[in-house]
Design a binder for this molecule. Structure first.
Ligand code: FES
Length: 86
């Protein structure tokens, strides 16, 4: 029988904020580090977690861009269902 353990990954140790909390906040509409700071308090003490939080925001944006390339790159042209950057 396979053993699976759920891991809690912390983004912000100062405030005990987990990746799951940050991901949920982003999915609920947070778009900037300021949004995450205001809603969760991430990166409001020592600030060493700001990079990780920003990476999560960028990953979310990239995922949206993959789903709809027109969302991500302002210079993107849609042609026959494919995207080409200009
Ligand atoms: S680790 Fe997030 S503010 Fe210090």
């Amino acid at each position: 029988m396979a053993f699976r353990r759920k891991l809690t990954v912390y983004v912000c140790l100062c405030h005990g904020i987990t990746e799951r909390q940050v991901r949920e906040c982003i999915e609920e509409g947070a778009q900037t580090l300021y949004d995450l700071q205001g809603q969760l308090g991430v990166a409001t003490n020592c600030g060493s977690c700001a990079g990780h939080a920003c990476e999560m925001l960028q990953e979310h944006r990239a995922g949206r861009a993959l789903a709809d390339p027109a969302l991500h790159c302002p210079g993107t042209l849609m042609a026959a269902g494919t995207a080409a950057a200009v």
